[in-house]
Every structure is written in structure tokens, then in C-alpha cells.
Design a protein around this ligand. Structure first.
Ligand SMILES: C[S@@+](CC[C@H](N)C(=O)[O-])C[C@H]1O[C@@H](n2cnc3c(N)ncnc32)[C@H](O)[C@@H]1O
Length: 385
């Protein structure tokens, strides 16, 4: 699903001025996602396009057949929380070695010019299983090099495409190659629009710093980048469910002043930061006046989504509290809880947030990230006794 920045852009400029023509030659879409999220992706696409049906799929990868009277543009937006990357599928590259497959990739693409090459592996395990983290692998980097070497029109590639770590610019056409297996490559393409679509496989390359006290550092950093929440430097940010403190560390590294709310112990390295305050309580036990000077809220509590949203609602709807934007992790204890996400988004909108979006981040486990922003931000009138 689109970042808040993309939602804002779409409100201002309907459509893209650089939109390529409809592509009648591709009658399949591809989506890559976390292993386990495939049914959630299928349900989302079925709700949006009832005549688009799932075809070939593997764990973490689904292709969909598009009916002939329903051609898709390469900038199509699946509006899916669980699709990490999506595009038009052109089929599998053939060949016994990577050089042959690389030539086959360009034959499948045909005369279509692209500015960038994205290559990534499908996930081979559930996130967290045996410490697996979805990422661009050395095999993907190697395959990408072979594909770039075989490019028949290298002058059309963007100069900075040499470095796979650099994102596509908005509007660029991107060749997509998914390593389904090391020797089985699925080829497609898409037009970069949203933040996620600018990165190979929707994965932003980032490394957790050695001093990070939990992998929540990665989730917070990715959530901030995906959502593009316009949090000004030195803002106060409250975090519900802050222990042991990786996400707080990420917020502190951006120069924010962080108030962590959690009955559990914070790591001493986080407590030592003068810009961090720990309220060692449950969210419901914090007096509302503690939130008076705070305009940004994040939440990552290991409780059911309804409980998280109850706790957040009690804060943001209080007459003396003015929260402008939020990043909320919603845990999906069972995958069936995915069907309730549209209701959760509507609930957050009903509190006065007009830009609301959700995505299963690369670093999320069985959970999603919900971003909300009130834009423009209208403060509640000050209540005087
Ligand atoms: C996934 S951990 C949070 C990780 C943390 N964000 C980090 O950066 O390390 C979930 C946390 O939610 C806290 N929690 C659960 N219920 C809570 C509540 N009602 N109020 C505040 N914190 C709560 C737990 O104590 C636990 O520390």
C-alpha cells in the first residue's frame, strides 16, 4: 500500500504525466510478499479486482492472470498491505547458466526501454525463522551483474543503476527479476511510484547498528522511511511499548525527544540518553497531561490490534491531546486477522486522520505497520477551567 507521501501526491496530481501506454502483451501480474501472507494478498487483490485470478505461485511469490479486457499499466497500484513488490510479469527466463538466462531476460522484455534493474530472491523462510531476514542476497547481486552485462541497450539504463543500493527515481521504468530458485528467474517490470516500488523487491537496504538493543530498530527506521511522516527535528515522540528500546534508539538517532511507555525494563543504554524518558507504566495508566506537548506517537505493544487501537484512541481523542501523526504496529496473532485491517484503517480515519495507510514492512514479522497523519494539522482548542 502507498506511503503517506504517495497518498498526498495522488491527491494533488491525479495520474502520472509520464504514464506509458497500456501494455497488452503482459497478461500476468506478480507479487512478492512475506511467506505466510500469500492468502492475505490474494484476498486483497480479489476484493479490488474480482476478475484477476491467482495463477502460478510459490511461497512468497504469487502471479495473477489478468483478463484480456483488463490490461494493466506498469504503474498499477495493487493497494495491498501485504505486497512487498508488484509488477507486470513477462514469464520465466530460460537457459542453463546465468549468462544464457541474462540474455533471455532481455529477450522477454523486448524493445521496452528501462532505466533500472531490480533483482531479488523470493523469501525462503518466514521472517525470524532460523533468524531469516528478507534481504538482497549475494546471489541476487551476482545475477543482476550478469543481467546488466547482457543488456543490449546499456546506454538507456540510468547512470547510477550501477549501484543496486540506490533507489529508482519516481516515474522510472524498472526491469524486475525474481530469483524464484537460484536457476529459476521470473521476469517482469514496473514503473516506480510509491516509496516501496523504488527499491528492489520493496526492500530498503539498511543495516542494524551494533549498538541497537533490539531489531525493532529496523522496523522503526523502515517505518519512518516508508511513511515519510513529516516529523520536524527535536519533536517529542511518545512510544507505547518501548522496551527494551531499539525503536527508541532509532527515534533518538533522528534527533527526536522520546518518551517511552512500557511496564517492562528499558535497556540501560537507552535510559542513559538524556533525550529519553521512561514512564514505567501501561499505556492506560499514563496521565493524559503527559501527552500535552507531544504531536507524534508510535506504538509497538505485543497485544491484539483491538487493544492497541483502544489504547491509542483513548490518547488521541482526548480533548487536551494533539497528536498529528502516528506509526502503529498491529500484531496479527492469526493470519485471519488480516481481513480486519480495512476496519482498523477506517477506525483510525474516524479519529480525524485523513491520510492513513498500512504496509507489511520487510522487517515486520506477523504484523503490519499503520501510518496516520492529520494534514493539515488543526489543533484542538485549549480548554480552560
Ligand atoms: C515488541 S515489544 C516492543 C519492542 C520495542 N518497541 C523496542 O524497540 O525494543 C512489546 C512491548 O509492549 C509492551 N506492552 C504490552 N502491553 C503494554 C501496555 N498496555 N502498555 C505499554 N506497553 C505494553 C511489553 O511490555 C513489551 O515490552
Amino acid at each position: 500500500m502507498r506511503s503517506l507521501k504517495a497518498v498526498v501526491a495522488a491527491c494533488i496530481v491525479p495520474g502520472s504525466p509520464r504514464m506509458p501506454a497500456l501494455d497488452p502483451k503482459s497478461s500476468f501480474l506478480f507479487v512478492t510478499c512475506q511467506i505466510g501472507a500469500e492468502d492475505a494478498v490474494k484476498d486483497e487483490l480479489a476484493r479490488r479486482w474480482p476478475d484477476v485470478h491467482a495463477a502460478y505461485s510459490r511461497p512468497g511469490l504469487i502471479t495473477f492472470k489478468v483478463p484480456p479486457d483488463h490490461p494493466m499499466r506498469p504503474d498499477f497500484d495493487p493497494q495491498s498491505v501485504f505486497a512487498r513488490a508488484a509488477g507486470l510479469s513477462l514469464g520465466k527466463a530460460t537457459g542453463d547458466d546465468s549468462q544464457q538466462r541474462a540474455r533471455s531476460v532481455w529477450e522477454l522484455l523486448g524493445p521496452q526501454a528501462v532505466a533500472r534493474v531490480h533483482v531479488w530472491p523470493r523469501d525462503v523462510k518466514r521472517p525470524g525463522e532460523d533468524d531469516f531476514e528478507p534481504a538482497i542476497t549475494p546471489a541476487a547481486v551476482e545475477a543482476r551483474e550478469a543481467i546488466r552485462q547482457a543488456c543490449p541497450r546499456r546506454e538507456q539504463l540510468a547512470a547510477d543503476d550501477r549501484d543496486w543500493r540506490l533507489p529508482a527515481r519516481s516515474g522510472e521504468l524498472v526491469l524486475d527479476v525474481i530469483l524464484v530458485e537460484p536457476q529459476e528467474w521470473l521476469v517482469g517490470y514496473h514503473q516506480a511510484t510509491s516509496e516501496g516500488s523504488r527499491w528492489p523487491g520493496g526492500m530498503i537496504p539498511m543495516e542494524m547498528p551494533p549498538e541497537a538493543v533490539s531489531r525493532a530498530w529496523l522496523k522503526m527506521e523502515e517505518g519512518l522511511r516508508w511513511s515519510s511522516l513529516p516529523i520536524p527535528p527535536s519533536s517529542r515522540v511518545v512510544e507505547l511499548g518501548s522496551a527494551p528500546g531499539g525503536a527508541s534508539q532509532a527515534l533518538l538517532s533522528h534527533g527526536f525527544i522520546v518518551v517511552g511507555v512500557d511496564p517492562a525494563e528499558m535497556d540501560p543504554r537507552v535510559l542513559a540518553n538524556p533525550n529519553f524518558t521512561h514512564l514505567r507504566r501501561r499505556a492506560a495508566e499514563v496521565r493524559r497531561r503527559e501527552f500535552r506537548r507531544v504531536h507524534w506517537l508510535t506504538a509497538d505493544m505485543n497485544v491484539a490490534p483491538a487493544y492497541t487501537l483502544d489504547a491509542v484512541e483513548a490518547i488521541v481523542t482526548h480533548p487536551e491531546v494533539n497528536i498529528r501523526g502516528m506509526l502503529i504496529t498491529l500484531k496479527l496473532f492469526q493470519w485471519q486477522m488480516a481481513s480486519e485491517i480495512p476496519t482498523h484503517l477506517d477506525r483510525v480515519r474516524s479519529w480525524g486522520y485523513n491520510l492513513v495507510s498500512a504496509r507489511q514492512l520487510q522487517h515486520d514479522r506477523q504484523e503490519i505497520c499503520l501510518a496516520a497523519l492529520a494534514s493539515p494539522f488543526i489543533r484542538k482548542p485549549i480548554h480552560r477551567r
